[in-house]
Design a protein around this ligand. Structure first.
Ligand SMILES: NC(=O)c1ccc[n+]([C@@H]2O[C@H](COP(=O)([O-])OP(=O)(O)OC[C@H]3O[C@@H](n4cnc5c(N)ncnc54)[C@H](OP(=O)(O)O)[C@@H]3O)[C@@H](O)[C@H]2O)c1
Length: 302
């Protein structure tokens, strides 16, 4: 990183190779912010070259995270682990490493105590609250990037298998979540806030499929399946049974219209309207047609 790009403050991005974290890194770099990325695999962040500082480590080893946090002004944090004790150790490591502000990627499901995924996110938020560290909580609804999980069946069969019925919800682009996270990282005044984020348009899965088919220029059939079948498919595909059941619960919540409407938080925080699904699909269409489509499919949904 050149000296001219270095600010005084350093921002740490965990999950930097993920859908949201990579967008946070992009926005920090675009603003010339000094950026440190946390990853288990340094090869995955080579695309940013010496524009970022690389902190190699693993959430399972809190000392590696503590080293990464050292000297950071603020930390973007996400966690997919169901292990709440391990998460608490991670927060202890942050606290012992200079008390930075935290911007935590939670979920709108944190408001749904009947869902395991909701409880997991809420407990992590509460662990951060109990730490006393200044924090912003970002609660998005379903990501547009969840459609990456369709890459395999779209490529091989021209089909999307849909356990969520025709309930409409407002999928959000990871780029918009990243934009809110970026603002929260650089602005201490946003500590203490909880941002509930959705995209700007209500769409059902069949409607998303129709738009994707238009963008890709080929027919895609949307086939309704039961939540139970979706859970079986996930476990057959190697997803651990408890996780498959938790994801299945979320599918059932959408199917039964236990969903949220549209919030205007993205526009309020960033000053611009959230991306619509068609624009997002055009931007990422190559993921559905490239030779590495199958590879991409394996890291589709969080
Ligand atoms: N999908 C949705 O609809 C939705 C809705 C609401 C909330 N969320 C939440 O959003 C988060 C997923 O965000 P995303 O889609 O941006 O993630 P993603 O694309 O699935 O990427 C996962 C990231 O986690 C990092 N990671 C995983 N295990 C790690 C470990 N042991 N140590 C260090 N880093 C680790 C990976 O880093 P490396 O591989 O580089 O180490 C990668 O950057 C989840 O917490 C999910 O619950 C998702």
């Amino acid at each position: 990183m050149s000296d001219s790009m270095r600010g005084e403050r350093v921002y740490l991005v965990a999950g930097a190779t993920g859908n949201v974290g990579s967008g946070v890194v992009t926005q920090l770099l675009a603003q010339g912010m000094r950026t440190r990325v946390f990853t288990r695999d340094a090869a995955k962040v080579e695309r940013w070259g010496d524009r970022v500082e690389v902190a190699a480590g693993d959430f399972q080893k809190p000392d590696t995270f503590a080293r990464a946090v050292s000297g950071a002004e603020a930390v973007f944090l996400m966690s997919q682990s169901p292990d709440q004790q391990a998460f608490a150790r991670l927060i202890d490591a942050v606290k012992a490493s200079g008390q930075p502000r935290i911007v935590f990627l939670s979920s709108l499901a944190a408001k749904q105590p009947e869902l395991q995924i909701g409880v997991l996110h809420k407990q992590k938020e509460d662990t951060i609250r109990a730490s006393g560290l200044p924090a912003t909580f970002i609660r998005p609804g379903g990501f547009m990037s969840n459609v990456y999980q369709w890459i395999g069946s779209v490529s091989t069969e021209g089909v999307v298998y849909n356990p969520m019925g025709d309930t409409r919800f407002a999928p959000i682009a990871p780029e918009d979540i990243a934009a809110v996270a970026f603002k929260s990282l650089i602005d201490p005044a946003l500590s203490g806030k909880t941002f509930e984020l959705t995209g700007g348009e209500l769409l059902s899965v069949p409607e998303q499929v129709e738009i994707l088919a238009k963008v890709l220029g080929r027919p895609i059939r949307c086939v309704d399946i039961t939540v139970e079948t979706a859970i079986e498919n996930m476990t057959r595909g190697g997803v651990p049974a408890p996780i498959a059941r938790a994801v299945g619960e979320s599918y059932r919540a959408v199917r039964e219209v236990r969903t949220f409407g549209v919030t205007d938080t993205v526009e309020k925080v960033t000053g611009r309207e959230p991306m619509i699904f068609e624009s997002w699909a055009r931007k990422h269409a190559s993921r559905f047609v490239s030779p590495v489509a199958q590879q991409a499919a394996t890291r589709g949904q969080a």
